[in-house]
Design a protein around this ligand. Structure first.
Ligand code: SF4
Length: 319
């Protein structure tokens, strides 16, 4: 049963500019690409609405540093998007007037990137001292002015996976219960460039990720059978290490329940079926997966991971 009507989601990346320098950023090598200016970004929003999209997520890069950010949010609201979200490092929201302006423009979902539960851990990964302090202020400001959906995402990498249960407890203190823990993506960018230093072994980080997901076990679930309730999930993980968490705590499985389609539009590419693209281009089920009971549901593991670490950690599930 679906929790809500199927959304058709447009993930719009108007540019890759950012005020952080996260070590793991998949777009680390794309900063210099020409951004979509206001007119081009507005045109993409209107085209997305015309294709039937009703959920817009601004992703990047850091879109809140664009002077036209609130104008683009208003454009999306005017074009008929029901949910208007931004994935953000949260720093601009530390300015109360900005948080208020974004909410008044129609922004009704904010996904904050939280990569550590202390200034030393978070700032060490973003490589901007003070980014954690600004993020926390941003969260507080947004909580005051926005009634919509608030959540977080956390990239899981060598620098933070052992602290995941603490990070999870810290995040749950915000009271959002919409959080994703994302196995780092080495397809390109920061992790690909320094894979063995940054990319965790799935067999080593999975127990910490599972301990983090287990924090949600005692939270109330909705009475409706099959309803999704809170979203406290792992993304991009091979299911053999998370078989007890499928489907409600596996992001891709939740996505399949919620979204009819996910489209990505960026300065350097357009992909009107982003889920298929990721499954076919980024991830792989090696030969050793054949015969696995979860084969049809599982997206496997990153191709770049397999090239360096091999497939020995993937264990086909018998039944
Ligand atoms: S298909 Fe492969 S990666 Fe997926 S659960 Fe089975 S063994 Fe693991």
């Amino acid at each position: 049963m679906k929790e809500s009507p199927s959304f058709k989601k447009l993930v719009l990346i108007p540019g890759y500019q950012c005020n952080n320098r996260c070590v793991f950023c998949i777009n680390a090598d794309k900063r210099a690409l020409k951004i979509k200016d206001t007119a081009a970004a507005r045109a993409e929003i209107i085209r997305g609405a015309a294709r039937g999209c009703d959920y817009l997520e601004f992703a990047g890069g850091e879109n809140t540093i664009r002077p036209d950010f609130c104008e683009l949010v208003r454009c999306a609201a005017g074009a008929g998007f029901r949910r208007i979200a931004v994935a953000t490092n949260g720093r601009m929201f530390s300015y109360p007037a900005f948080a208020r302006r974004a909410a008044d423009s129609g922004l009704n979902e904010v996904i904050f990137s939280v990569h550590g539960h202390t200034p030393a851990l978070h700032d060490g990964l973003t490589r901007v001292r003070g980014s954690f302090r600004q993020l926390l202020r941003g969260i507080e400001n947004v909580k005051k002015v926005m009634k919509g959906t608030l959540g977080t995402n956390t990239t899981v990498m060598n620098g933070n996976y052992r602290q995941l249960p603490e990070i999870g407890r810290f995040i749950s203190g915000f009271g959002f219960y919409n959080s994703e823990f994302i196995f780092a993506d080495p397809t390109y960018g920061g992790v690909k460039n320094d894979l063995e230093r940054l990319m965790p072994r799935i067999s080593e980080c999975a127990p910490y990720m599972r301990a983090c997901l287990d924090l949600a076990a005692s939270w109330p679930r909705p009475a409706r059978p099959g309803a999704l309730g809170y979203n406290w999930a792992a993304r991009y993980v091979p299911l053999c290490h998370f078989r007890d968490y499928y489907p409600l705590q596996i992001s891709e499985a939740r996505e399949a329940l919620i979204y009819a389609n996910v489209q990505h539009v960026a300065p350097d590419y357009t992909n009107l079926d982003a889920v298929k693209g990721r499954r076919e281009l980024g991830r792989e089920k090696p030969a050793s997966c054949r015969g696995c009971a979860l084969y049809a549901r599982c997206e496997g593991i990153w191709k770049e991971y397999l090239k360096v670490y091999g497939a020995a950690e993937l264990k086909p599930v018998k039944k």
